[in-house]
Structure formats: C-alpha cells, structure tokens
Design a protein around this ligand. Structure first.
Ligand code: AMP
Ligand code: GLY
Length: 425
C-alpha cells in the first residue's frame, strides 16, 4: 500500500518511522517532510499541505491509496472531505469531527451533551458581556479563543485584570483574527495534566499507550508554554482505575455522541486532561496525535501500525487489541535558542549518528533540513531524542546520554524530562 503522510515535524517523523516498519507498506511519501523524513520517505516540497487539489492530483499520479495528516490544520480545513470525494482514503476526522479541536465552543457543547467532565464554562461573542462575566466570577479564570491559534489562544489568568487583557487582545485587538472573536471562559482546574490518545473507527476505539507532555519551556514546569519540550510513556499517574474512568467518562461518551449526531469520528482522538483528586476533566480535545507525545508513544506499540490504521478505517477495531511494549520511552526535545519566540535557522547539527548507535535510541527530526549532505536546523523544535529502556529512570538516563552526543549552536533542552513520573513510581 502506498501511503502519504502530511506534515514535517517530529510527530510526522514518528508516524513515518512506524509506517516504515509495516509489512503492508509498499511506498511512503511525505509532504513536506524534513531532514530526517527524507531518509525514509519520498518527500515533496512543491505542494503545500493545504493545497488539497494538488494533493489529490499527486495521489492520483502516484497511486497513493491512503493519506495520514499529522497536524490539525489540514483536518480542520477539510482534507478528508476533499480527498475522499476522489476516492482517496484519509485517516482522520472530517471537518465536523475536527471541530472538536477547531472550535473550543463546539467541543464544550459536545462535552455538555455527552456528560463529559470538564471545567464549568460560558461562551461569549460580545466583549462587554465577557467582561461582566469575569467581574462576576472573579479570578483565577481561564480565557480561551474559540478557534485555532497555533496553541497560543489559551490564557490562564491569576487576576481579573489579566483576564480583561486577554479579552481585549482576542476580541478587540483581534491578535488571532477571527479565531478570537468568540471566546470560552472557564474555571481554572488544578491538578496534574496527562494526554490520553485513542484510535477511533467511529464506533469503537483502542487506547494508545498513555503519556505525559512537558508544555513549559523551563525546568520545573516554569516559563512560557511551548508545543511541548518532551514526553514520556507510560505515565504512571494513569493507573488502571483512572484509565477505566477516562475511557468510560470521556472517550466512550464522546465517540457515542458524535456517532448519534450522524458524525462518526474516525482517526486519532487526543484528550488533554487535568487529573483532579483522581478524576479526569477534559481541558481540550485534539483531532490528531500529540507532538512530542507521538515520539514517545508510537515506538512502544507492538502492532503493525499501518494495519491498525487500516482496520480503523474499515470500522473493525472491535476485534483488535493493542499490544504495548513493556519498555518505557522518554523523548527529550532539543530546540533552537529563543524558541518559542524568535530563533535563528541554518545551524549545522552533528552527532545524530553517534546518538543513534546507542541501542534503543531513535532521533526524530522536527525542524531540520538537509543541505549538501549536512543536516541543519530549520525550526524551533529541532529534534526529538527518544530512548526506550526497561523503566522510566533508565530511559531518561539513556535519552540524555544520546542528547549529549548531539550538538548545534544554541541547542536548548530541558534537563528534567520524565521527572514528573518519579512521584508516582
Ligand atoms: P488547551 O489548549 O485548552 O489544552 O490549554 C492549554 C493549556 O492551558 C493546558 O495544557 C493547561 O496547561 C492550561 N489550561 C487550559 N484550560 C485550563 C483550565 N480550565 N484550568 C487550568 N489550566 C488550564
Ligand atoms: N504536545 C501537545 C500537543 O501536541 O498538543
């Protein structure tokens, strides 16, 4: 089977890596790919991921039967609708399903209908009414832009003034354009965050290995939010009992509700959770795999990944069980100095091959490109260095040993990835 992956980050490299191990794969393509993906897939950088007509044309020319979009934007903008019309299968939800991520207000409405635990909320289109609500509720309080803002549309506010500022920026200054014209205002939840990702066939689901991300830039979960500075799997915070609660109170009701509404959800479904006093509350849904969670989760799956995706598309997940490797995985993200703000590109990277000589280490590329045989930096998050070992402490040690072999000017990484797990071990 010929498969096309859309995207060029660490998550997409991890998807390509898993596909490459499948017996069902005959040829792998990626648009646009990166400096690591180009080693295992045929990359095409002429076509942009959102130029759906050109993607269709490319698939027809190459005989590609299945497309797996990595990021949310192509899904929210309708890649499935555009390609399936032409007979090309897409693993992911259609525009309706992708609204779980594309519109926080829609996600909240579905959660309310499905009875899924989440922070109490109100939705506003009018900044004055939003301010009056904040005045009434007081702080702490959370203000969220309804639409996609590249992960920057959430303001967790300690004071009412910060919340008013967020309303002004989103609804009046419109720093994220139309995405901030409507806002969700919700109560702040306290607890520990975890990611729970499943593959859904519209009716049934299988849970992927669970994981925990490190969203903040600095050690000790300080500093600004980023796309994610590292992840580990499994997350010992998620006990068997909590897993059952998450599946029964969150995942199952959402999938059932969407099916009942005539919109079966097929694809990866990511629940961003706050665990408060042993109970799961949904902070957000994503219609894709997490990045860098994928770099810790996918290498732990024993099943043939492409077969799993095919079974989900065929609606037959009921008969499948996921086989999880007993090894733990830790992924440390190496970023460009300045990320998540401004950073320079084009720095030569050395030591990747040396790092990969360590058994159990996989170096996933994110913002990299290849120039004349050299790999150079080409983005904020540059590499995701994943190590597998018998438990989390050994995987952490191995991941940092691998990181120490890799060099580029301005390389920055957190030194405490995985440490959050210790208190649960
Ligand atoms: P979201 O994109 O909705 O997941 O929000 C981004 C981040 O903001 C989350 O990962 C949390 O760290 C934080 N956050 C979002 N909603 C809440 C909430 N209701 N209470 C506390 N923190 C939140
Ligand atoms: N790492 C968080 C996300 O992918 O949304």
């Amino acid at each position: 089977m010929k498969v096309l992956v859309i995207g060029g980050g660490g998550r997409e490299h991890a998807i390509c890596y898993s596909l490459k191990n499948s017996n069902l794969l005959t040829k792998l393509y990626c648009i646009p790919g990166n400096g690591g993906i180009c080693e295992i897939a045929e990359v095409n950088q002429e076509i942009k991921p959102l130029e759906f007509e050109k993607v269709v044309e490319f698939c027809k020319k190459e005989g590609i039967e299945l497309v797996i979009p990595g990021p949310e934007e192509p899904l929210v903008k309708g890649i499935k609708d555009a390609l399936e019309k032409e007979g090309i299968k897409v693993f992911g939800p259609d525009t309706k399903g992708a609204m779980l991520e594309g519109s926080k207000a829609f996600a909240k409405e579905v959660m309310a209908e499905a009875g899924v635990p989440t922070a109490k909320f109100e939705i506003f289109d009018d900044p004055d009414k939003a301010r009056a609500y904040i005045e009434k509720k007081g702080a702490p309080i959370v203000v969220k832009a309804d639409g996609l803002c590249a992960g920057k549309g959430v303001f967790v506010c300690d004071t009412k003034e910060e919340a008013f500022e967020a309303i002004h920026k989103l609804m009046e200054e419109k720093i994220f354009g139309a995405s901030g014209e409507r806002v969700v205002i919700e109560e702040r939840l306290d607890g520990e965050e975890a990611s729970y990702i499943v593959i859904s066939d519209g009716e049934n689901f299988v849970a992927l290995p669970n994981s925990q991300d490190h969203k903040r830039l600095l050690d000790g979960d300080k500093g600004p939010n980023t796309g994610g500075m590292g992840a580990y799997s499994p997350a010992p915070l998620i006990t068997e009992e909590l897993k059952q609660k998450i599946e029964n109170k969150v995942i199952s009701p959402i999938i059932k509700t969407l099916l009942k509404k005539g919109n079966p959800y097929v694809g990866f479904l990511y629940a961003g959770l706050m665990i408060t006093n042993g109970e799961p509350f949904v902070l957000e849904f994503n219609c894709r795999l997490g990045d860098p969670e994928a770099q810790a989760i996918l290498p732990r799956i024993e099943n043939d990944f492409l077969e799993l995706v095919k079974i989900a598309i065929d609606g037959k997940l009921k008969d499948v069980s996921l086989v999880e490797k007993s090894d733990a995985a830790v992924c440390v993200v190496m970023a460009s100095s300045g990320y998540p703000g401004k950073y320079e590109k084009g720095k030569k990277i050395t030591g990747i091959k040396e790092a990969e000589k360590i058994p159990g280490v996989i170096v996933f590329h994110a913002g990299t490109k290849k120039i004349d045989g050299d790999v150079v930096t080409n983005g904020g998050r540059v590499l995701g260095v994943t190590a597998l070992d018998e438990d989390i402490p050994s995987a952490i040690k191995k991941a940092y040993e691998a990181v120490s072999k890799i060099h580029f000017e301005g390389a920055y990484y957190r030194k405490d990835i995985g440490h959050k797990a210790f208190k649960h071990l």
